[in-house]
Design a protein around this ligand. Structure first.
Ligand code: ADP
Length: 447
């Protein structure tokens, strides 16, 4: 097992990883920018190293700075959290060259899954159902029109290197193809440094359902069930639940088994998430994330498995040590992403947190790094906490969530807490009856 893990991240996820290390008896190193000197992950770590000025490109994304921090502190492994360098194959490779373990999959697996075209081709070969579309990158508008005619409009043009809900454009009709193709290519080139795009059938009313997987790189692969992340704004998840209100046990077992087998066949090592759109009883692969997800706690709540500890164990060379039959799913869990944003306009609201009161009680978990007197810096994303609630049934979970949200007090800044309180008044939400467009429509109604 590792002796000292450097956590190459900030905010709630740095704390999450720190907690897993503490429970495994592993020493921790926090890294931070000058804007994060007073962050909770820095305070709680055994050691900390300042790695640069506030802009992430000069600190949390700086590979040389993080490598130096490893050298100075003698850390033998790095946990990247999510975002930042978590899906950077080069980072994984460089750490390896320096004798430091990257807690995540191999550089090659990250590279394949980071290219959405290669990813789609790979999982297709492994028997995972994909969205109908172009077999590879598309450059020529005439070819694009032909593909779109074959699969039927509307279609969606997507950047091969895209992520974070960016680099996508829906095309409703033939006449719009040429301009849309060009625009998406240009945007992809500017945003991701790679202008390759591909085409997929645009699904009208899908749910977003993703399968959590674990592989040990030694032939072992399991799935930990699904998460329903259909409640999204601008392709960004807002509320996630496990299990999905839309699936029955048979569907769950079937898609889960397909994913677990693919992971074992790939000899994948670490935690991963295989994302699907789900419509009319069919699953369509959209991408695989080769890292821990923001919404991983809901899976932990219903399986009792600590995903971060599993990542660390696997990276240290352990076998899974259990099979699919050993994993059971109990109850229901929901996560609300608490952002420092206005709940209606979604304007970021950084600044001084005057007072915080966190909800508690049975089945309530809060993963957050903020505290009374903490000042939220304006440089990073606006997620300041996650409220995760467990109940024996979905209904128990919803009632408990309402209670927990009412207890949650964050003063001094705007947060998205009122949005969740409003959502719990909606019949569709209470019934679990929503697709990926539901939230945008709901928000537009009020605007
Ligand atoms: P990213 O890597 O940017 O998160 P994804 O491929 O995971 O991109 O897609 C993000 C979201 O975009 C999905 O959850 C869904 O809301 C929408 N989306 C992606 N592909 C399609 C599609 N073929 N049809 C309809 N919506 C899609």
């Amino acid at each position: 097992m590792f002796e000292k893990v450097l956590i190459a991240n900030r905010g709630e996820i740095a704390l999450r990883v720190l907690r897993a290390c503490n429970e495994l008896g592993i020493a921790t190193v926090a890294v931070h920018s000058t804007a994060d000197e007073n962050a909770m992950h820095v305070r709680l770590a055994d050691e900390s190293v300042c790695i640069g000025p506030p802009p992430a490109t000069d600190s949390y994304l700086s590979i040389p700075a993080i490598l130096s921090a490893c050298e100075i502190t003698g850390a033998d492994a790095v946990h990247p959290g999510y975002g930042f360098l978590s899906e950077n194959a080069q980072f994984s490779d460089i750490l390896k060259e320096h004798g430091v373990t990257f807690i995540g999959p191999s550089g090659d697996d990250i590279r394949i899954m980071g290219d959405k075209i290669a990813a789609k081709q790979t999982v297709d070969r492994l028997g995972i159902p994909v969205v109908p579309g172009s077999p590879g990158a598309v450059e020529d508008p005439q070819e694009a029109i032909k593909i779109a005619n074959d699969i039927g409009f509307p279609v969606i043009i997507k950047a091969a290197a895209g992520g974070g809900g960016r680099g996508m454009r829906v095309v409703e009709k033939r006449e719009d193809m040429e301009v849309s193709l060009q625009m998406t290519q240009t945007e992809a080139k500017t945003a991701f440094g790679d202008g390759s795009v591909y085409i997929e059938k645009y699904l009208g009313k899908p749910r977003h359902i993703e399968i959590q997987v674990l592989g040990d790189g030694q032939g072992g692969g399991v799935h930990l069930g699904e998460r329903d992340c259909s409640l999204q704004r601008r392709h960004q998840k807002v509320w996630e639940e496990a299990r999905s209100p839309a699936l029955n046990d048979d569907q769950r077992a079937k898609i889960g088994a397909t994913c677990a087998k693919a992971i074992a066949d790939m000899n994948y090592s670490g935690a991963g998430t295989i994302e699907f759109l789900y419509e009319n009883g069919e699953f369509y692969f959209i991408e695989m994330n080769t890292r821990l997800q923001v919404e991983h706690p809901i899976t932990e709540m219903i399986t009792g498995i600590d995903l971060v500890q599993e990542q660390i164990r696997i990276a240290a060379g352990a076998k899974l040590g259990y099979t699919q039959d050993d994993i059971s799913f109990n109850g229901h869990a929901i996560e609300c992403r608490i952002n420092a944003e206005n709940a209606r306009t979604f304007m970021p609201s950084p600044g001084l947190v005057e007072n915080v009161h966190v909800p508690g009680g049975l089945g309530v978990r809060v993963d957050s790094g903020i505290y009374s007197g903490y000042s939220i810096p304006p440089y990073y994303d606006s997620l300041i906490g996650k409220l995760i609630v467990f109940g024996n049934t979905r209904n128990d979970c919803l009632m408990r969530l309402r209670r927990a949200l009412d207890e949650y007090v964050i003063q001094g800044i705007d947060t998205t807490i009122p949005l969740f309180q409003d959502l719990l008044k909606e019949k569709d939400i209470m019934d679990g009856n929503y697709d990926i467009h539901w939230l945008e429509k709901y928000l537009a109604k009020d605007a």
